[in-house]
Design a protein around this ligand. Structure first.
Ligand SMILES: NC(=O)c1ccc[n+]([C@@H]2O[C@H](COP(=O)([O-])OP(=O)(O)OC[C@H]3O[C@@H](n4cnc5c(N)ncnc54)[C@H](OP(=O)(O)O)[C@@H]3O)[C@@H](O)[C@H]2O)c1
Length: 360
């Protein structure tokens, strides 16, 4: 029996994880968290004694002593839980990419001390993790992250000037929470994933490619030095990577449809339009700068996305807020969680100032 602490239980990933846990006799829920939603009913449905709404989630983890933490909180709010799991050697199934982006080096040092497993839940990183299994770093020539391209693929910058919140929330292939859906429309999500991949797989940024694949069937690829490229295929359904992380090292059965190859399935790929979607290049720059630059990238993006969702910022200005914040933020190294929290707060305050200044 694996005891699971499910953080962000009321979100898109959280609800899909609950479905998997409910169907598996080997998985037991021992803790639940949300941001604002009352959890009394859910906790009683699953017989969970430990649950918490908002705040620092580490006391919840201390009290419930899980075997595995599934971190499906959105944004920087998931950072302390990520660091707690890694420090304590508790298996971390990570959906909350923002925490690894912001805390990268601290997280890797905590993992080294804790000695536990870090299993990606992001579909691209889960795919890469599986393609890499049993291989050494020297055998890998690059990893290739696929991007659906979001709802605005093929549009020019001029065409994106007046897009609405509703248009940006209409993702063509994935059904997700609002923040990651906007991140997918701006491609900031792929930028975050680029940095996430760097920390997860220990590869330099030059060995991480991004390619647009509108069908979201190939979840990502690894190119090896012998010329072979291994890919992970499946319909876009987060229950597959969630189930993989929860049942690792085994593969549990899921009720999902197998890929119907005879249905006329085609796989299309195209280059990313970096001029229209500058956030991938900005993330790459932040990743290369290192220190707290990735933290500033993610914090500024959170502030800008929140303003866009509140209809206080136009779509194209999201990237502008991030770029201006990166120029001004102090990107020196973070020594510990306190300096990480400071770096995040400082970037947020710079980004908030920029909201009023960017072009409308
Ligand atoms: N959705 C996907 O398909 C998908 C795919 C890959 C990766 N991810 C990543 O997984 C994470 C979750 O995404 P999602 O789409 O599931 O988001 P979501 O639907 O917005 O859910 C977010 C969860 O986090 C909780 N939360 C929000 N603010 C919080 C705070 N300040 N403190 C503690 N908990 C807080 C929410 O609680 P309330 O309900 O009470 O607000 C909710 O349970 C993100 O990092 C995302 O990038 C998601």
């Amino acid at each position: 029996m694996k005891r699971i602490a499910l953080l962000g239980a009321t979100g898109s990933i959280g609800r899909q994880a609950l479905e998997i846990i409910a169907a598996s006799p080997e998985l037991e829920l021992c803790a639940l968290s949300s941001g604002k939603t009352d959890l009394t009913e859910l906790a009683s449905e699953f017989g969970v004694e430990h649950f918490q709404c908002g705040g620092d989630l580490t006391p919840l983890l201390e009290a419930s002593q899980p075997d595995l933490v599934l971190n499906a909180v959105v944004g920087f709010a998931g950072c302390r839980a990520t660091l707690w799991a890694l420090e304590h050697g508790v298996t971390l199934a990570l959906a909350n990419k923002e925490s690894l982006v912001a805390a990268g080096e601290l997280a890797l040092a905590a993992k080294e001390r804790g000695g536990g497993l870090l299993l990606p839940v992001d579909s691209e990183h889960s795919a890469i993790f599986q393609c890499l299994e049993g291989r050494t770093a020297e055998e890998v020539s690059s990893i290739v992250l696929t991007a659906s391209g979001g709802p605005f693929r093929g549009r020019s910058r001029a065409e994106l000037e007046h897009v609405s919140r509703e248009q940006a929330l209409a993702h063509p292939t994935w059904k997700m929470g609002p923040k990651i859906t906007i991140d997918s429309a701006t491609l900031a999500n792929k930028g975050l994933e680029l940095i996430e991949a760097h920390f997860l797989f220990g590869l330099p940024y030059e060995q991480i490619e991004v390619i647009v694949h509108p069908g979201s069937i190939v979840h990502s690829l690894v190119r090896f030095r012998d010329g072979a490229a291994l890919a992970h295929l499946g319909y876009p359904d987060m229950r597959v990577p969630i189930s993989f992380a929860l049942s690792y090292p085994e593969r549990a059965a899921t009720p999902l449809e197998p890929l119907d190859l005879a249905s006329g399935l085609t796989l299309e790929f195209e280059a990313l339009d970096e001029e229209t979607f500058p956030l991938v290049a900005l993330a790459r720059r932040a990743g290369l700068a290192g220190g707290s630059a990735p933290c500033a990238f993610s914090a500024a993006n959170e502030v800008a996305v929140e303003a866009f969702l509140a209809k206080r910022l136009p779509f194209l200005a999201i990237a502008e807020v991030v770029e201006r914040t990166l120029k001004q933020a102090d990107t020196s190294l973070m020594r510990d969680i306190d300096s990480l929290v400071e770096a995040d707060a400082a970037a947020r305050s710079i980004a908030a100032e920029q909201l009023g200044k960017v072009s409308r």
